[in-house]
Ligand binder design. Structure first.
Ligand code: ATP
Ligand code: AH0
Length: 378
């Protein structure tokens, strides 16, 4: 089956679009990436999305327009990738997260992904599945992360324990015990580790007065020295100590949060490069600390994906904190494109929904049951 996966993640940089051919069975899928493209948002739409993510108020009319502007760009992304490819039978669209509130006590979580599937189906004339997180949330789950079950089916090893670490705007991991382990599927874990690139990106934008949006290959932060005293103070953030299941977003790691970290840096008279190095080190330690605190064992291999895998300084700090027993690779080295892995995942989640196969892992999201994910718009 030919399926298109669409997602714009928490970096809000554009629509990752993957056309994949899925064969095999639902329980043993084979996935081949036929085409992958990222279509950047128009600068105005990106700006509006970031404002809404930052808590800017908008009335229902404006919300409806934003929902459909995003759906239109998603549909266009699907049509663009179809210009020179065979016709897809299905689209799986994650949409754009603009709000995420994890469940607390007896209150269900609430998550909003804009870019309604009905409009994408109408504009592309391809059946579209969207709103993947809602059914898990209704089961008292976090609705995130959803990629762990995909990682499990595509990247686990028969005898080695592996982690897959996505470094997008937010970071999240999947722990994959050796596939030969008894009750293998029940022992897969996953959660959001905290900031991926979000704090580094916000700081670079602030320091460059909007001229740069990210630290290309980590070159700027590599010129500085992390201030370990500050990094350890920042690690006291309660999210890092919170026991999984857990998920987070730009609501916590926000411009206001960064402003506090900037004040701290000024109190320590850090240079710009030292501040960036410290934020990069915080990102790396928060990931490594999460492994050391919550995993049953350290993995033999960590497979990186997401844009942060290209940040050489971040990789270097991550390796330093994970320890030399851990081998750091990218998913590309195992044949799964690290830039389009999330788009591929939503293509496969759509395929699973189409074939009535549950997409969530209850022990990862905290849901009471494994359920079918996504709403179908024919
Ligand atoms: N060459 C590079 N050097 C350093 N950082 C990079 C490079 N290329 C991409 N990035 C970082 O990766 C980010 C985009 O990553 P990605 O597309 O994986 O995020 P996302 O999918 O939006 O987020 P999430 O996975 O949280 O939903 C950019 O904002 C930038 O910070
Ligand atoms: C609510 C939401 O959009 N969460 C995203 C975000 O980006 C990374 C991390 O936080 C992850 O939990 C999730 O996305 C991926 C695709 C997931 O569901 O696995």
């Amino acid at each position: 089956m030919l399926v298109i996966g669409l997602i714009s993640g928490t970096s809000v940089d554009g629509i990752d679009t993957a056309l994949v051919e899925i064969s095999g069975t639902v329980e043993s899928p084979q996935v081949q990436l036929l085409a992958g493209e990222t279509y950047p948002y128009s600068p105005r739409l990106r700006e509006t999305i970031l404002q809404v993510c930052g808590g800017e108020k908008l009335d229902l009319e404006a919300l409806a327009s934003l929902d459909d502007d995003i759906a239109e760009e998603f549909a266009q992304a699907a049509l663009n990738i179809q210009k020179e490819t065979p016709k897809a039978q299905l689209i799986g669209s994650h949409g754009q997260t603009v709000f995420h509130r994890p469940p607390a006590n007896d209150r269900l979580g609430y998550t909003v992904q804009l870019g309604r599937g009905a409009a994408i189906a109408k504009n592309t004339r391809i059946p579209t599945i969207s709103n993947f997180r809602a059914a898990d949330i209704a089961q008292a789950g976090h609705g995130a992360p959803l990629v762990p079950k995909i990682d499990a089916y595509l990247l686990s090893h028969p005898t080695k324990a592996r982690c897959v670490q996505n470094i997008g705007g937010i970071g999240n991991l999947t722990y994959l015990p050796p596939r030969k382990t008894e009750n293998w599927q029940q022992n897969i874990f996953g959660w959001d580790t905290g900031p991926g690139n979000v704090l580094i990106d916000l700081a670079v934008q602030f320091l460059s007065q909007g001229q740069q949006t990210y630290d290309h290959n980590g070159q700027w932060s590599a010129q500085g020295q992390p201030c370990s005293e500050l990094v350890h103070k920042w690690l006291q953030e309660p999210y890092f100590q919170q026991y999984p299941p857990k998920s987070t977003g730009r609501e916590l790691f926000s411009p206001a949060y960064l402003a506090q970290l900037h004040q701290d840096a000024q109190a320590y008279s850090l240079s710009d490069a030292d501040w960036l190095a410290s934020l990069t080190d915080l990102t790396a330690i928060s990931i490594a600390h999460s492994y050391q605190t919550f995993l049953p064992e350290m993995p033999a291999e960590v497979l990186l994906c997401g844009g942060g895998a290209r940040n050489a300084y971040l990789r270097q700090r991550l390796l330093a904190h994970l320890g030399s027993n851990v081998k750091l690779l990218t998913t590309d080295e195992l044949g799964l494109n690290s830039d389009f892995k999330e788009a591929i995942a939503f293509a496969l989640l759509a395929y699973w929904r189409w074939h009535n196969f549950p997409g969530n892992l209850p022990q990862v999201t905290g849901a009471k049951a494994a359920v079918l994910l996504g709403e179908i718009y024919l």
